[in-house]
Design a protein around this ligand. Structure first.
Ligand code: GLN
Length: 468
């Protein structure tokens, strides 16, 4: 009930697309009963979870924040959702995102942008500070594309949220909203029922206030799945944060190419500060080089658009999705439905992707991008083989931009600045986490990112837990 009240209090932030009030209340009663009988289904039985609206939830509208799926009700649960339901958690609502998760700000949704709670009038209200807005009269982006999920957690509207992460969409909003955002290793969490953006990089992500809460959710949703042939057949060990970790056995890598000229001095200082924290605790810290880092964004852009061109082909308005009124011909019906149903960012990526995939361009762009992707992944492999356990970098180059400034940029420019530090991990498939560290002078959250070798999610979470 407290979470549902909070959802009403934060309505102006536009974090939720659908609120599942009655369902959540009914399930809460059942959960209460189980817990009072000493029979909980899991250690997070009864806790409210918000789900990004690109995951299917049975009998619930799943829109991807697109006109194309505005009236689509899913007949099945995504595996992540099913596992969370089986663990007794309550799905409290579906959260806002950029259309089909294409973006880095949660500004490009047919339901309108999600606003950050930090620096908003609502922050003042939640903190009982009525003079608050005299200081902040503007509105900051929540980050994206899982901005609604991040705001839900940051405001206490949910215990944890599920997001998706293809180039940083879980970590970026987590950093801007002052919460923890975790992208597990590719293939450790099933993508079944996550409406695809870039299949070869999409990973369900977890947002919560504490690393231990992220770990509890991770332990439930990870594991092989017959419905997703890309899931790894190896069961990861359950994450146990009670195990003591000896920092003297950990080597932290600081990749020099992550020093972007666009990085704000406050972010740099925070990065330095945490590096020292690790050194003081006995970890060894080494500078490392990952020379292909700056190629990640443009390579991603090509691979993403090619996969988008293919993925979006299924939305024809025939079997499902928006259907226009045209009765001229089947081709006309498909073309018009797609024109009406997709927003400009999606249409732009479909066109670009089809261009890169033309027979004459395939080798020049797509195949080349695949090769560069390999080089980026090899940068990571080299670092791990040199004995680095954890890479420490910023998550974003600055604190959350003002919505008005952000809207001056087009989607490509928005993403290239936002995803600089987060995108490479998706190329490599390795686990990565954004942790809230401190507030800037302006009072906005600053996050840092840590990454580890593929499938070393338990180690990464342990180190993050230590730092938090
Ligand atoms: N910003 C990137 C894009 O728009 C990544 C988004 C994501 O991680 N879902 O494609």
């Amino acid at each position: 009930r407290l979470c549902l009240d909070r959802i009403s209090q934060i309505e102006a932030l536009n974090a939720f697309i659908t609120v599942l009030k009655d369902d959540a209340l009914n399930l809460a009663l059942e959960s209460d009963k189980r817990i009072s009988e000493g029979n909980p289904k899991s250690n997070i039985d009864g806790l409210p979870i918000a789900i990004k609206d690109n995951f299917c939830v049975r009998n619930v509208r799943t829109t991807c924040a697109s006109k194309m799926l505005k009236n689509f009700t899913s007949p099945y649960d995504a595996t992540v959702v099913k596992k969370l339901k089986d663990a007794g958690t309550l799905i409290i609502g579906k959260t806002n995102l950029d259309e089909f998760a294409m973006g880095s700000g949660t500004v490009d949704s047919i339901f309108g942008p999600t606003k950050n709670v930090w620096g908003s009038q609502i922050q003042g209200e939640l903190q009982g500070n009525s003079n608050f807005n005299s200081k902040f009269n503007q509105c900051y982006i929540a980050g994206g594309s899982s901005g609604g999920s991040a705001v839900a957690v940051a405001t206490g509207a949910s215990f944890a949220s599920i997001g998706s992460d293809t180039g940083g969409s879980t970590r970026n909003p987590a950093s801007y909203c002052g919460v923890v955002g975790f992208k597990p290793s590719y293939s450790v969490v099933s993508r079944h029922g996550l409406i695809p953006l870039t299949n070869s990089m999409d990973v369900p992500g977890i947002l919560a206030r504490k690393v231990e809460d992220v770990a509890s959710v991770f332990n439930i949703i990870s594991g092989p799945d017959d419905y997703d042939s890309t899931t790894s057949q190896n069961h990861l060990e359950q994450v146990d944060l009670n195990k003591k970790i000896d920092l003297r056995r950990i080597t932290i890598g600081i990749p020099k190419e992550y020093h972007s000229p666009l990085m704000s001095p406050e972010i740099l200082e925070t990065w330095q500060h945490i590096r020292k924290t690790f050194e003081t605790a006995g970890a060894s810290v080494k500078e490392v080089s990952m020379p292909h880092t700056q190629d990640s964004i443009v390579t991603y852009s090509i691979l993403n658009q090619c996969e988008v061109a293919s993925n979006m082909a299924r939305y024809s308005g025939i079997l499902f999705g928006h259907r226009c009124n045209s009765t001229v011909s089947t081709n006309q019906l498909i073309a018009e439905s797609r024109w009406e149903g997709f927003g400009p960012v999606v249409r732009d990526r479909i066109l670009a992707g089809n261009y890169f995939l033309l027979r004459k361009n395939y080798e020049k762009y797509f195949v080349k991008a695949m090769k560069v992707r390999r080089l980026i992944a090899d940068d990571f492999n080299n670092v791990w083989s040199k004995g680095i356990h954890i890479l420490l970098t910023p998550t974003t180059l600055t604190t959350a931009p003002l919505l008005s400034d952000f809207m001056l940029l087009d989607n490509r420019a928005q993403c290239s600045a936002q995803d600089y530090c987060t995108q490479p991990a998706n190329m490599a498939g390795c686990p990565a986490i954004s942790l809230p560290i401190c507030l800037s002078k302006e009072g906005l959250p600053i996050g840092l990112q840590m990454m580890s070798r593929n499938f070393e999610d338990p180690l990464l979470l342990s180190v993050a837990h230590w730092l938090q």
